[in-house]
Structure formats: structure tokens, C-alpha cells
Design a protein around this ligand. Structure first.
Ligand code: ATP
Length: 290
């Protein structure tokens, strides 16, 4: 198992922190990071890929911080899967995949295309000559080229229609790699992640087994996400309000939207164990169904 772990990581751009003291282990069985637009998901993914240095805290790769880790080994072990738009429109599919392969293995393009359920003949096409689902499969094939142990997937299916999404999820579920999956879509984590972390305004508000979080959420925000009846391909619930209304350090960031908010919520809740998961909410006992 590839061990990648965030320890009290604060991340930001310039001097402005947007992710605050997040601790998160990438454990077996898939890990989901759920949150609406602007909650800091992609920022965390970039830090896990070593593309953003923490303002404080550490990302650990095995027993070394990412800063000190062997970059070549890391790049072979941990691969990103971003949205298909990232493919170079001028390059043929075969060349895009070959570019990711070690020189001696360039003949494996057809094999990789087959692994993701595509006809090797598609290698001669350019991205615009493929469907959205086919393009996403190419992105996955590219990531698999170096034989990674862990995939970091950022909204890998959100641009696709529902049936195509379902087939890509089947493909991902069948791969023998570990995964950190970033999404606003609960249906996706339900399928692919044994453990989930819910992010709101750059803080983890609830973490635990995905089944527990969805069946019986303990944070009002997780409950709101769950009750919005997520559909594959649906819009992120509650995306309208934005998450930047409450500056960090002034209590629970969710309180202005929270139907259960009380005076105590001006004091930021620390994560604590409630019924087998960690939750940062003063009112968790009033949310969870016992
Ligand atoms: N390059 C950047 N420079 C400055 N601020 C940034 C940059 N990238 C993101 N941000 C800010 O950081 C915060 C978190 O953004 P991030 O992209 O991580 O959120 P997200 O949850 O992935 O959202 P989405 O689902 O829309 O991609 C937002 O307030 C965003 O405006």
C-alpha cells in the first residue's frame, strides 16, 4: 500500500490560506474527498501531488516528507487523473499515451488502450475525434502507463453523461490501484471509496466510513449533501451560497447556512468521535440518528 498522508496541512496561495490544518490518510479501499466548489479539494490534490508546498504541516510519503522523497519513485507510484480537457488537442491519442511510457515500453500503447476498454485503432485519432467517455479513458490509460500504485482522481466523471459516467466508474472500480477521489458527487464516492472526508470552506468537517457518513451523517453539511439526493452528473448541492462568507478563525464556517446553528458555533468545533466517525460540530448529537 502506498502511504500518503497529510498531517495538519495548511495550504494557500500567496499569503491567503484556503485549506486549514487538514489531516488525512490515504488508506486502502479508496478515499473520497467531498465538497462543493471552492472548498479546497483541488488545492489538497495538488499538495498530495507535490505541486503545492504546505504553508504549515507536512505531506508524508511513507516515512519521508514529500519534500525529501525520491521524486522519480514518487512520480511512478502516484499519478493524477484530471479531466479529459487536459489532453493536448494537437496530439494523436497514441502519442499522448506513448509520451507517458518509458522509451523501451512505447509499444505498449495498444495494450493500455485495451486495458481501459478502447480499440487500439483509436491511437491514430486526435482528442476531438473521440467521445467524452473515450477521452476520459485515454486520460486513465495515460495515468496507468507507468504502473502507479495510487491514482489521484479529480472529478474524473463530472463532464460525462450518466451512463458513460457509470461505465467509467466500473472501469476505475476494476483497477488494482489505490485511489484518492475528489468529487462533489456523493454517488461517486459511494461506489469507489471505503472512507470519505467531507470538506467545507477548507476544513474537514466529517470523516469516516463512507457507508456510515451517507447512511447516518453527523454533520449538518454532510446531511444536506446527502439529502440533496445526489445523482450521477448532478449539480453540486448547495453550491449557490459559496464557502467564503465566513473568514477562517471565526467559528464554524458552516454556521451561517446551518439550520441548527446556536451561539456556541462562534467557537470553532474541534473534530471528535461520534458514533464511529470524526465530526467537527457542536450539534452532532442532534444530527446523528441513534
Ligand atoms: N491558483 C490560485 N490562486 C489563488 N487562489 C486560488 C488558486 N486556485 C484556487 N484558489 C482559491 O482557493 C480556494 C479553493 O479552490 P479549489 O480549486 O481548491 O476548490 P475546489 O473545491 O477544488 O473547487 P472546484 O470544485 O470548483 O474545483 C478557492 O477560494 C479558490 O478561489
Amino acid at each position: 500500500m502506498t502511504t500518503l498522508r497529510a498531517e495538519r496541512v495548511t495550504l494557500g496561495y500567496g499569503k491567503r490560506p484556503v485549506v486549514h490544518e487538514v489531516s488525512l490518510d490515504i488508506t486502502e479501499g479508496g478515499v473520497g474527498l467531498i465538497g462543493e466548489s471552492g472548498s479546497g479539494k483541488t488545492t489538497l490534490a495538488r499538495a498530495f501531488l507535490g505541486l503545492l508546498t504546505p504553508m504549515s504541516g507536512n505531506i508524508w510519503y511513507g516515512d519521508q516528507t514529500l519534500k525529501k522523497a525520491d521524486r522519480r519513485k514518487f512520480r511512478k507510484d502516484v499519478q493524477p487523473v484530471f479531466q479529459a480537457e487536459a489532453l493536448d488537442p494537437r496530439m494523436r491519442i497514441g502519442s499522448s499515451i506513448a509520451e507517458a511510457l518509458p522509451r523501451a515500453d512505447r509499444g505498449r500503447v495498444g495494450e493500455l488502450l485495451e486495458q481501459v476498454g478502447l480499440d487500439p485503432e483509436l491511437a491514430a485519432r486526435r482528442p476531438h475525434q473521440l467521445s467524452g467517455g473515450q477521452r476520459q479513458r485515454v486520460v486513465i490509460a495515460r495515468a496507468l502507463a507507468v504502473g502507479p500504485r495510487l491514482l489521484i482522481l479529480d472529478e474524473p466523471t463530472s463532464a460525462l453523461d450518466v451512463t458513460v459516467q457509470a461505465r467509467i466508474l466500473d472501469l476505475l472500480a476494476g483497477l488494482d490501484t489505490e485511489r484518492l477521489l475528489i468529487t462533489h458527487n456523493l454517488a461517486v464516492v459511494e461506489r469507489l471509496c471505503r472512507t470519505s472526508h467531507v470538506l467545507f470552506a477548507g476544513r474537514v468537517v466529517e470523516s469516516g466510513p463512507t457507508g456510515v457518513l451517507l447512511a447516518n451523517p453527523a454533520h449538518p453539511y454532510t446531511r444536506a449533501l446527502r439529502d440533496a439526493v445526489p445523482r450521477l452528473g448532478g449539480d453540486p448541492p448547495e453550491a449557490k451560497g459559496g464557502t467564503e462568507a465566513v473568514p477562517a478563525g471565526t467559528g464554524c464556517a458552516y454556521r451561517l447556512r446551518c439550520p441548527l446553528a446556536v451561539a456556541e458555533c462562534v467557537r470553532r468545533p474541534e473534530p471528535r468521535d461520534v458514533g464511529g466517525r470524526q465530526v467537527a460540530c457542536h450539534r452532532a448529537e442532534d444530527v446523528v440518528v441513534t
